[in-house]
Design a protein around this ligand. Structure first.
Ligand code: ZN
Ligand code: ZN
Length: 359
């Protein structure tokens, strides 16, 4: 089993001075827990990535915080590395119960198709609703939940599977809660690359790292020699690259952002959002890049065999059958678009589907 798939353990561990690791339960494809980090100071704690929305995670979080001698009202800051629900879930609740300020990247986009993709400004839920209305006017009497469902059923840009991922069990309950809109936090403190946050009594530098999502960032403390890497660099799995984000060539941006974190001085420990702390950052970024170069080569080889083919057709050759669907197609789309931008592929539209030809 990959370490990212391990179930959440109840123990709370100090992984750097005044930095605690708390594992919260999730069960998503390939993931068994999310690491929520607490940065302690005299006033309480800043929490990074407080798990999925809903009362189940809240209860676990209350329990984990208690082990550290903290209550939920002691959380004065919540940092959200990127707009996936297992990373921002309890932010809204912490904001309500304790008035926590919410830190996220300035282009935070909710990761579920409700966000103002490509817009570079602070967003509130009202902004999001207004933007969603402008892009896709609501049907009369349509609830936010129904509208969210309708957007999920919308076809992907490449004319393949609908954008919504089919969800089961806990995740479908999360989807229902998300649809109600009541778990969206208000981003009170939008940040940008190079910003400095004072957390846990130390300076943390914001490093913009798009690719996994278009609004992902890491935090780096040169003093502690720690990088909080979110989902940008994981210890043993390759993070998913979203082809549907705000940027034209997300794979290129992602690989550039890997080089940027690998080049940081003063990183001796990496604390990822899934899996255990690790210290071989540069080796790990090289391995992830190698995976994508091999994937690009494989994509070209498949294109040579298929001729003009849809994203779906490419993805079904690249991924095993159990992975077929929106996630696989989105990542395949990112690889094909990367080849197209490098002039190694061409693309045209036929009956609403994009067809790619390798040159
Ligand atoms: Zn993620
Ligand atoms: Zn994640």
């Amino acid at each position: 089993m990959k370490q990212e798939q391990e179930e959440a353990r109840a123990s709370v561990t100090e992984v750097a001075p005044d930095v605690l690791r708390m594992e919260l339960p999730i069960s998503m494809p390939g993931l068994g827990h999310v690491n929520c980090y607490a940065l302690l100071d005299g006033e309480g704690a800043a929490l990074m990535d407080p798990g999925l929305p809903g009362p189940e995670t809240q209860d676990v979080l209350i329990h984990r915080l208690a082990q550290a001698g903290l209550r939920e009202t002691d959380v004065h800051t919540v940092i959200i590395t990127h707009s996936h629900p297992d990373h921002f879930g309890c932010a809204n609740w912490l904001q309500k119960v304790g008035g926590a300020r919410i830190v996220a990247y300035k282009s935070f986009g909710w990761g579920i198709g409700l966000g103002p993709h490509g817009h570079d400004h602070e967003v509130s839920l009202d902004d999001l609703r207004a933007h969603a209305d402008a892009v896709e006017p609501p049907e009369p009497e349509e609830s936010l939940e129904e509208r969210w469902q309708r957007r999920r059923e919308r076809l992907s840009p490449w004319g393949g599977s609908p954008l919504g991922v089919s969800l089961e069990g806990r995740e479908s309950r999360v989807a229902e809660m998300m649809g109600s809109g009541k778990y969206f936090p208000e981003i009170s403190h939008p940040v940008a690359d190079g910003d400095v946050l004072r957390l846990g009594g130390r300076e943390w530098f914001v490093r913009f790292t798009p690719g996994h999502t278009s609004d992902h960032f890491c935090l780096h403390s040169p003093e502690l020699e720690v990088l909080l890497s979110g989902d940008h660099v994981l210890p043993s799995i390759t993070p998913h690259i979203a082809g549907t984000g705000a940027h034209a060539d997300p794979l290129k941006l992602y690989m550039e952002a890997l080089d940027q974190v690998a080049a940081l001085e003063h990183v001796s420990s990496v604390l990822p959002a899934h899996g255990h702390p690790f210290d071989n950052l540069s080796e790990r970024t090289q391995a992830i890049k190698r995976h994508h170069f091999e994937r690009l080569d494989h994509t070209k080889q498949i294109g040579g065999e298929l001729g003009a083919a849809s994203v779906e057709a490419f993805s079904q050759r690249l991924f095993p059958e159990r992975s077929w669907g929106m996630m696989a197609e989105s990542e395949t789309y990112a690889h094909l678009e990367h080849l197209r931008h490098a002039r190694e592929a061409e693309c045209h539209s036929e009956d609403g589907k994009l067809l790619y030809v390798i040159r």
